[in-house]
Every structure is written in structure tokens, then in C-alpha cells.
Ligand binder design. Structure first.
Ligand code: JB2
Length: 204
């Protein structure tokens, strides 16, 4: 079962299949009957426990919003679902990289030695996470972005599409690094930072 039926759910449904799972359907806040790359929308989140009673043991998070994804991940685990890490067979993952439960790693992503992707995280298409990086809970590394070695990314932070983070820089919890930005100094929690070098422009 996949949570969500929008753009992110599409790639999660296909990722789950490529990892060998059969996707019975999607749960979405909008339960209008429709298909997500061939998987039916079968109801809202309140249907999860009946699916569990009917033998559906695994769930995947197909929601891009970091806060919502974390909340739903915690709720599903409390209900008794298992949220396996889903790693594309077309990602390059070091044997010493750690990918926690409920995290997804998309095609073309590269995870290097002894990095850690926290629970419910997204390493999106063609993003790279280098050695010793530490990613918190429900982080999103957007497509094509690059983290150099020993970068720290706080819980629910969003690293925008095509951005870069220099070695050892810390990105605070709930921060957003804008698309195409380059972070060469630490970015405080709860801020939006843009440009090269990235500067905090607003508080979230
Ligand atoms: O609490 C919820 C909930 N809140 C919103 N439970 C469930 N089951 N579904 C919820 N939704 C649903 O998430 C909405 O009804 C909608 O169908 C879906 C969000 O779809 P959308 O396409 O707007 O965003 P997304 O999260 O699938 O994808 C975003 O994030 C990705 C990482 C987009 O920005 C993508 O472009 C991006 N790649």
C-alpha cells in the first residue's frame, strides 16, 4: 500500500514494484476513484487498519511534504505496518551506507561510504550523498542535488533541486535550501536559504 496519489506517489509506486512488491493500492486524502501508474486509489488513511487486518503488512510513503510524511510514517508504524527502505536497483549504494526504515532512494542516486539516511527520508532521482553524511528524519534531497562529505541535514530539511552543499556544512532542521543554491556555510534551522553562496532569506 502506498500513501498518497499525487506526483510523488507515482514514483514510489514504481519504485516499490522495482523492489519486488505488489502495490495493492494507494490511500489519499482525495479518494476519488482513479489510478496512479496502474495502482488504484482505494480510500483514505482511515482504511489503513482494515488493510492491515486483511494481510497487507507493508506500507510506503508517497507524500513529498516532509512534515506530513513524518506524521503518517509514525502513525502507520504505531498501527503495526512495516515500512521497508526502498532502494532502486538503479541507485549506487555503498555497502557501508545505512538507509533507515521508510526511506526511499531513487534511480540514479549515489550513496557513498558510511552515510546515513534517516527514517522516512527521500534521496530523489540522481541526487548524491557523500561519505559520512548524516540525514535526520523525513529529509528530502531533491533531484540532482549533491551533498559533499560529512554534511549534516536536520530533521525535515529540504535540499532543493540541483543544489550543492560543501563538505562538513550543517543544514538545520526544517530548513529549505533553494533550487540551485550552494551552501558553503551552515544554514540555521527553520530558514529558507537561496543563492550562491546560499544566504538565509526568510524564516519559515
Ligand atoms: O494526510 C494525507 C494527505 N495530505 C495530502 N494523507 C493522504 N493519504 N494523502 C494526503 N494528501 C494527498 O497528497 C493529496 O490529496 C494529494 O493527492 C497528494 C499530494 O500530491 P502532490 O502531487 O501535490 O504532491 P506530492 O507530495 O505527490 O509531490 C510533491 O513532492 C514531490 C517530492 C511534488 O512537489 C513533487 O513534484 C515532488 N517531486
Amino acid at each position: 500500500m502506498v500513501i498518497g496519489a499525487g506526483g510523488h506517489a507515482k514514483i514510489v509506486v514504481e519504485l516499490a514494484r522495482s523492489c519486488g512488491f505488489e502495490v495493492v493500492g494507494c490511500l489519499d486524502a482525495d479518494d476519488t476513484p482513479r489510478f496512479v501508474v496502474g495502482a488504484p486509489v482505494i480510500g483514505r488513511d482511515d482504511m489503513a487498519s482494515s488493510l492491515l487486518s486483511n494481510g497487507v503488512r507493508f506500507a510506503a510513503l508517497g507524500i513529498g511534504n516532509n512534515r506530513v510524511r513524518e506524521r503518517i510514517g509514525v502513525e502507520l508504524e504505531a498501527l503495526g505496518f512495516s515500512l521497508p527502505a526502498l532502494i532502486s536497483p538503479n541507485a549506487v549504494v555503498s555497502p557501508s551506507a545505512e538507509v533507515e526504515r521508510g526511506a526511499i532512494v531513487m534511480p540514479g542516486a549515489v550513496l557513498n561510504a558510511e552515510c546515513r539516511i534517516g527514517p522516512f527520508g527521500i534521496v530523489n532521482t540522481s541526487a548524491s550523498v557523500d561519505h559520512d553524511c548524516r540525514l535526520g528524519i523525513a529529509v528530502h534531497i531533491a533531484p540532482g542535488s549533491r551533498l559533499a562529505g560529512s554534511v549534516i541535514v536536520g530533521d525535515r530539511a529540504m535540499i532543493g533541486v540541483g543544489s550543492a552543499v560543501a563538505p562538513g556544512v550543517s543544514i538545520g532542521a526544517d530548513a529549505v535550501l533553494g533550487a540551485g543554491a550552494t551552501a558553503i556555510h551552515d544554514i540555521p534551522s527553520n530558514t529558507v536559504a537561496v543563492g550562491t553562496p546560499a544566504r538565509a532569506r526568510a524564516t519559515r
